[in-house]
Design a protein around this ligand. Structure first.
Ligand code: SF4
Length: 585
């Protein structure tokens, strides 16, 4: 892999490289990046992975390699205190005093240096929409920009996919250089672009603006209740609804009228003319930008007219939120990579049926070299794939029978693994059914019983625990070794129920939706599943599918052909034997 990456960087080309779990992927791209002697951006999918690359892998390479090189990490502005917003925030209380003490001493202003994160952090941290950069009165002492200026000199800069997409949004003004680009966890890129190039309307966004207007002596007190009645005292959906229903759009129209945003812009313009100092002028200017962007977004949601987007409403227990996401990311992705000399895209799982066709189609890639490096793990010994072939095929008309009969199999599998299991559903109805009737001697909880992060902590901290969740719950969840040994997937295609972006992508593909999107996505998720379950030579686990079509249909063969070489069984007894043998070994 390292040779292929080095060649790609030297020849200024594109490369797709799949490197199975355990290959040592990060070294196989970081070492060539160092040897290339050129400035390289490395993008990965999360802050945790950024930290690992910078604080572990690059630190190690710096000590080990004879080449001298420098490196750094860029996180979003929201990871730093913003002196301007902090000055505007009127805080009080113990937590605020503790924060002020920290602020008077900090040399970095970075969230990472705080031993506690105050509730009001989002009010005082940097926010791209509220930042005028060089024009800001605090620019010269700004923590974020001080850190940013140092990064111009580094050889390897580690960023994340969200920043990469924001760089595109801001006409390539986020990063200090655009030499070589290495995208790790490349399969996440499509959805990140889809989110970043979308927009959202939430209670906190409107309320934050109202506070800001209040601070500029504009009378807005009466508007807090209006915002609350739209976002909080409304019918709050328990799952995504799309398109946004007409009555909600009508309520939004009324809210827009009450907010009188055009009039507010005029008032702010008058205020700016009279402003006495730069600080006041800056505050008025950024507030005006906020008002304008809110007005534009509200109009966009009222019209739901951008054919490139899907508009939907989501809800948590307390409030509803309106969101729009880009349906197809390929155009934006093409634009994003145009400015780079060479581009390497890698991940442990990028291929389906032995090729990169799916990823290439989704992201519009056509002239990249390709390489697959298999995992060194022995999946035949370390893993088992259970495929049920006796349950009725799940589908319309026999949902109840499937739910009832699959419950026995779920219980049998969980007993074989002695808990330590994640059961993933593609329908809420089945999830609720299983949660109500499951009978196992192990502690279990369902998605929704507590907040996401708490639920994962409960699962990790509780011996032999079982978690019932929807299909995408597993993505991005890091559960190591012995805590998780069994993953049960109720049915294919393996996508979350009611995901509007996925559904709209399927709609646009018409009759091709299954073979061009649903099936390859399911294959990728399954392959990622094996990768997440087995991450060392000492780890073992079972992936189980309850959908008998995998055993009986032609596409089942494509799924099995795409998986690592793994033993397949159709018997729960064999699953028990597997767990008994590995626990003895
Ligand atoms: S330049 Fe000003 S507004 Fe921007 S992050 Fe720094 S202090 Fe905040």
């Amino acid at each position: 892999m390292a040779g292929a990456v080095l060649e790609c960087l030297g020849k200024k080309k594109g490369l797709l490289v799949e490197a199975g779990t355990g290959v040592g992927k990060s070294f196989a791209y970081l070492i060539p990046a160092v040897l290339s002697g050129e400035k390289t951006l490395v993008s990965t999918s999360s802050l945790a992975l950024q930290d690992q690359l910078v604080n572990k892998d690059l630190v190690f390479l710096k000590k080990t390699l004879p080449q001298k090189f420098s490196f750094g990490m860029l996180k979003g502005r929201n990871n730093y205190i913003c002196q301007k917003r902090e000055g505007e925030y009127e805080g009080s209380g113990k937590s605020y005093e503790r924060f002020q003490k920290w602020l008077s001493k900090t040399k970095t202003g970075a969230k990472d240096d705080l031993t506690f994160v105050p509730k009001f952090w989002s009010e005082v941290c940097g926010d791209a929409r509220d930042c005028t950069g060089k024009l800001c009165p605090y620019f010269s002492e700004c923590f974020y920009y001080r850190h940013y200026r140092k990064l111009h000199k580094v050889d390897i800069l580690v960023v994340n996919h969200y920043l990469l997409a924001y760089d595109l949004l801001s006409d390539f003004n986020v990063f200090p250089f655009h030499g070589n680009l290495i995208i790790d966890e490349a399969s996440d890129m499509e959805d990140v672009i889809s989110t970043v190039l979308g927009s959202s309307l939430s209670h906190s966004r409107v309320v934050w603006l109202l506070y800001r207007l209040g601070g500029l002596k504009i009378i807005v007190d009466h508007l807090f209740a209006e915002a609350e009645s739209f976002f909080k005292k409304a019918d709050i959906p328990s799952r995504p609804v799309f398109p946004i229903p007409y009555p909600v759009i009508e309520q939004l129209r009324k809210l827009r009228k009450k907010l009188a945003l055009a009039k507010t812009v005029t008032t702010l313009e008058k205020q700016k003319k009279k402003a006495l100092d730069d600080e006041q002028k800056d505050r008025i200017k950024t507030t005006k930008n906020y008002v304008k962007s809110l007005a534009e977004d509200i109009d966009d949601f009222i019209g739901q007219g951008d054919a490139d987007r899907v508009y939907y409403m989501t809800g948590n227990v307390k409030e509803r939120e309106l969101t729009s996401s880009l349906v197809e990311s390929k155009g934006a992705f093409g634009h994003l990579i145009e400015g780079y000399g060479s581009v390497v895209m890698t991940s442990a799982t990028l291929t389906t049926e032995g090729g990169f066709a799916f990823l290439k189609k989704r992201l519009g890639i056509d002239d990249f070299a390709e390489k697959i490096v298999g995992s060194p793990f022995d999946y035949r010994k370390q893993a088992l794939f259970y495929v049920d072939r006796n349950l009725p095929a799940p589908g319309k008309g026999n949902e109840e029978t499937f739910n009832e009969e699959s419950l026995d199999v779920i219980e049998g599998l969980i007993t074989a693994s002695r808990g330590r299991a994640l059961v993933l559903f593609t329908s809420y109805r089945q999830l609720h059914y299983v949660a109500e009737y499951i009978n196992i001697p192990y502690p279990f909880k369902s998605q929704g019983d507590m907040p996401h992060a708490k639920l994962i902590r409960w699962f990790k901290d509780t011996s032999n625990s079982v978690l019932l969740a929807t299909a995408t719950f597993w993505q991005g969840v890091d559960i190591k070794g012995d805590d998780l040994s069994l993953v049960i997937i109720s049915r294919l295609p393996f996508s979350s129920p009611g995901d509007p972006v996925y559904q709209e992508r399927c709609n646009r593909l018409g009759s091709r939706w299954f073979y061009e999107l649903a099936l390859p996505s399911a294959i990728l998720s399954l392959r990622q599943g094996f990768g997440r379950l087995i991450r060392g030579r000492e780890e073992y686990g079972v992936v189980a599918i309850l959908d008998s079509r995998v055993a009986k249909s032609s596409y089942g063969k494509a799924i099995i052909a795409s998986l690592p070489e793994v033993a397949i069984t159709h018997s729960v007894k064999e699953v028990k034997k597997f767990f008994d043998s590995v626990s003895k070994g």
